[in-house]
Write a protein that binds this ligand. Sequence first.
Ligand SMILES: Cc1cc2nc3c(=O)[nH]c(=O)nc-3n(C[C@H](O)[C@H](O)[C@H](O)COP(=O)(O)OP(=O)(O)OC[C@H]3O[C@@H](n4cnc5c(N)ncnc54)[C@H](O)[C@@H]3O)c2cc1C
Length: 129
Amino acid sequence: MARSSTSVDVAVIGAGPYGLSLAAHLRARGVDHRIFGEPMAAWKSNMPPGMLLKSYPWASSISDPGSDFTVKNFCTERALPYHDELMPLPLNRFIEYGEAFQDALRARRGAQGSDGAGARPGRPSRQFR
Ligand SMILES: Cc1cc2nc3c(=O)[nH]c(=O)nc-3n(C[C@H](O)[C@H](O)[C@H](O)COP(=O)(O)OP(=O)(O)OC[C@H]3O[C@@H](n4cnc5c(N)ncnc54)[C@H](O)[C@@H]3O)c2cc1C
């Protein structure tokens, strides 16, 4: 039976830290997938402004297959202050990190060519695909 052009093997609902991570791991394994939702939406809308993360910076990274896109690497590449334990991670910095994680994956997919999961026109630009 022919597959519909809109069907995928895995749908990830929600683009929070775990959804973004899951998408990264699915992509690395070549699993046909699509992720739905505004990246880091709960962190943007449901957290107290000015909040500092409870988790240590070293424990706040979003898992990716090569462990390349850690909070530490994100801050280091941008000359932002970072320490594994001796400073808290501000809410806005974590949101920026999550959005950059999404952008990095999107760029990686662009470099590799379409994975068939979401390279279709007409999607909102802030949707992680
Ligand atoms: C005040 C507060 C402080 C916290 N501090 C920390 C901390 O310091 N460190 C830490 O590790 N954790 C912290 N947490 C826990 C944190 O929420 C989780 O660690 C993390 O966000 C879990 O990621 P997630 O992707 O599972 O969930 P979420 O971040 O909640 O993401 C789920 C996403 O799914 C979306 N969604 C839901 N339904 C749909 C749908 N039908 N369609 C599309 N999208 C949908 C939501 O909008 C949301 O964006 C804190 C939580 C709270 C409330």
